[in-house]
Design a protein around this ligand. Structure first.
Ligand code: F6R
Ligand code: MG
Ligand code: MG
Length: 373
């Protein structure tokens, strides 16, 4: 049997209401478009916050033009519905007018992997809103390299060799591989800076098989700074020599801080939620993550199992709300507000230009109260 491909493509083509969620009519339209195609073996349409997620299986491999085009046309059709309903930011993630070979670089986010479907193939698709691709660094590190999270690294002979991490430098557009556990400290110096270095994929050192991949893409760099926090997706394969499902969902019990809350310019806790609860509300947030599990059966997506719709994540949500309360009290101060270099947009240049003549050398002995009556 040929290898199966699991492709997840996401885009925000209009929010309901504001940037909080997706209108059901858009999800219906997306399903209708994918149903019409004979390219796919199976699909599941869902959303997290204001992003539509197309989870698709097929036998055409990664970067397959027609599958990417199908996703593009689907988002275009959803945009038409968004325009009719005057939804917020209709078509916002479709940055180009026309499709050109591969959906990467045109706005939507893509995570896809091709593999031999095992006797039993449990996979988890993680999807986040109001954050950036580097948000996966912390949980992926915990899942695949931290024995305090993943006991399989210690006691499962098939995992004991560890994993190989492919890390991308999103600014320089370069990639590098690290072996864990041997190179943990080298790995951490980079992935601890998730605004620039992101884990793209992870491979089992035991089998060489792909174990995880994310939608990490080069950030748009405009006017010397990066813009556009790409709400990211990530696929993790589980069990039988890979992390157990329980090990793969464990890091989300401790909501870590991520960039991308309100106006893409604030830090907030990543709150694990069910699909139904994935509607960023308070201060356009806090950032959300959904984890949907599927068993693959000859390319069919059996599921989903909505992992964070579980009482064992109630405390994580409570903790995220406590962290959110604490951070919100800081208002416009860092580190709630992102560092100047990482803000999605800022009025700093205009304010600076307006006040430039009032800035004088610190050593100039001017009148202390100049300008004050
Ligand atoms: C969108 C987001 C939101 C918006 C905010 C302002 O992903 O993070 O917080 O940035 O609602 O949106 P505009 O500028 O469109 O009014
Ligand atoms: Mg939006
Ligand atoms: Mg979004």
């Amino acid at each position: 049997m040929s290898k199966v491909t699991l492709t997840v493509i996401k885009a925000d083509v209009g929010g309901f209401v504001g940037h909080s969620s997706v209108h059901p009519k858009l999800l219906e339209k997306a399903k209708e478009c994918l149903l019409r195609s004979d390219l796919l073996e199976d699909f599941h349409v869902t959303h997290v916050g204001d992003d539509i997620n197309l989870i698709m299986t097929h036998y055409h491999g990664v970067d397959y033009e027609s599958v990417h085009q199908l996703a593009w046309e689907t988002f275009k059709n959803c945009t038409e519905v968004a325009k009719e309903l005057k939804l917020y930011g209709a078509g916002q993630d479709l940055l180009k007018d026309a499709f050109s070979g591969n959906i990467k670089g045109l706005g939507p986010g893509v995570a896809e992997m091709e593999f031999e479907e095992r006797k039993s193939e449990p996979v988890i698709v993680y999807m986040a809103d109001k954050t950036e691709p580097g948000a996966w660094n912390f949980p992926l590190y915990k899942i695949f390299a931290d024995p305090f999270n993943t006991i399989g690294l210690v006691i499962d002979p098939k995992m004991h060799d560890g994993f190989r991490f492919e890390v991308h430098d999103l600014i320089e557009s370069k990639r590098i591989f690290f072996d864990a556990p041997e190179e943990l400290y080298d790995l951490l110096i980079f992935i601890g800076a998730p605004g620039r270095f992101c884990i793209k994929s992870i491979f089992s050192k035991n089998t060489g098989d792909i174990a995880a991949t994310s939608s990490t893409q080069r950030l748009n760099i405009m006017a010397g700074r990066y813009v556009g926090k790409d709400d990211p997706v990530c696929i993790v394969r589980c069990q039988s020599g890979l992390p157990a499902v329980g090990e793969a969902v464990e890091p989300f019990a401790n909501p870590h801080l991520v960039s991308g809350w309100m106006r893409g310019s604030h830090t907030g806790p990543l709150m694990p939620v069910s699909v139904d609860q994935s509607n960023p509300t308070r201060f356009d947030g806090p950032p959300r993550v959904v984890g949907l599990g599927f068993q693959l059966a000859n390319g069919k997506l059996i599921g989903p199992q909505d992992f964070f719709a579980d009482p064992s994540y109630d405390k994580a949500r409570e903790m995220a709300n406590d962290i959110a309360n604490y951070l919100r009290r800081l208002g416009p101060f860092e580190p709630h507000r992102l560092h100047l270099d990482e803000m999605e947009y800022t009025t700093m240049p205009q304010v600076m230009a307006k006040l430039k003549d009032r800035f004088v050398d610190i050593n100039d002995q001017g009148e202390v109260a100049a300008g004050i009556d």
